[in-house]
Design a protein around this ligand. Structure first.
Ligand code: AMP
Ligand code: MG
Length: 349
């Protein structure tokens, strides 16, 4: 080969090499992907780092979970069809995934002595919780609390112990409505974890539920703020490793004011009223200190979401027992502004 031909060949090879490097370099580098959207009646946000953008796939996952499975307001979703079968003596067949979800929920109902109950749909509709804006005072101008008589008749259609699951079929009594608002976001986080590959890092936030994904670039822990229920800002921080789920249930997340009382969205199945509020009928000035928010840390999104709701209603003493039973960590902010915790992942600000 002539010298000139050799030089030309080597030059072409070097050029090709440079083009290849320039073409692939951006793909070898991590990029940050931020995205926010309204899903399942709340704000979902992603802050993820990786080579490829996973956010549209994750959003799609949230939308289809809501539409196909969890939303009782979407006519053909699995839960809407289950609800439509209430009173049918033939029951309704359950998918494997739904049977597993409902069985976990009913297990938590039993262990929480009914404080957590996904069969409260009729009561939730009576209070029109979905009609209130999240965390914005005065948005439901026509709101007035339902009458005691209406609360009592709605409660007759509720009660997890009235549900039967047998041979993969569910049997609901007439009028019962299952509402999965307390667990949907946590279940979604578990699905996200299954979807994300090993080389993505960051945070997925679905309403009050958060998943830490992978490791932080600088090797430090993830820090998730715990909202102060009484004023703007944070009350505490959860300091976490990778693949942990954190859920908070708080009285400030969704509420409406009527005659000086803030009615929020987490109902006590024993009374039919929002838990721990000073409602006119029952309360006196010496009411015991209640719960303003509960934060749960768990490896499971479903458990963190379900337990935060359950523990909110249960109150401090039993909440500490229940979270321990499920191996979860807990941070409680009491209505008097003080706090209680079991676990070493929480730092008070
Ligand atoms: P979360 O914000 O996860 O605590 O869930 C609150 C939502 O769960 C409400 O908006 C209702 O849809 C539903 N819910 C309210 N009270 C209860 C309860 N005691 N048990 C189960 N679900 C409830
Ligand atoms: Mg919950």
């Amino acid at each position: 080969m002539k010298k000139n031909t050799l030089i030309a060949a080597v030059s072409v090879l070097i050029l090709l090499g440079m083009i290849t490097v320039l073409y692939y370099l951006p793909r070898w580098q991590n990029k940050t992907y931020n995205q926010t959207a309204f899903v399942m009646g709340t704000v979902f946000s992603f802050s993820l780092e990786g080579k490829e953008d996973p956010t549209s796939e994750l959003l799609q996952l949230g939308n289809s979970l809501e539409k196909d499975t969890l939303s009782r307001r979407v006519k053909d979703s699995e839960i809407a069809q289950i609800n439509a079968s209430a009173g049918d003596e033939n029951g309704y067949p359950l998918s494997e995934e739904m049977e597993e979800l409902l069985t976990t929920c009913f297990d938590i109902s039993k262990k929480s002595e009914g404080a957590f109950d996904i069969t409260l749909g009729a009561l939730i509709s009576l209070w029109d919780i979905d009609g209130w804006a999240s965390g914005e005072r005065g948005d439901a101008k026509d709101f007035r609390p339902p009458s005691k008589a209406d609360i009592s008749s709605a409660l007759e259609c509720c009660g997890y112990e009235k549900v039967r699951i047998e041979n993969h079929r569910i049997y609901l009594p007439e009028g019962m409505i299952i509402d999965l608002g307390a667990v949907g976001k946590g279940l979604y986080l578990d699905k996200c974890r299954g979807e994300l590959s090993g080389n993505i890092n960051g945070i997925v936030s679905a309403g009050g539920s958060i998943l830490t994904v992978g490791e932080k670039g600088d090797g430090s822990d993830w820090k998730v703020g715990i909202t102060n229920p009484f004023e703007d800002g944070l009350y505490a921080t959860a300091v976490l490793g990778s693949d942990k789920c954190v859920s908070t249930s708080g009285n400030y997340e969704r509420f409406v004011e009527y005659e000086g009382v803030d009615y929020h969205h987490i109902l006590d199945p024993k009374t039919g009223y929002p838990a721990w509020i000073k409602d006119s009928e029952e309360d006196s000035d010496d009411q015991k200190v209640g719960v303003a928010s509960v934060t749960i840390v768990s490896d499971s999104g479903l458990l963190s979401d379900a337990l935060s709701t359950a523990c909110f209603v249960l109150g401090e003493e039993k909440a500490l027992e229940l979270s321990a039973e499920y191996g979860a960590e807990i941070f409680i902010i009491r209505t008097d502004g003080s706090s209680a915790t079991e676990g070493n992942h929480f730092l008070i600000k």
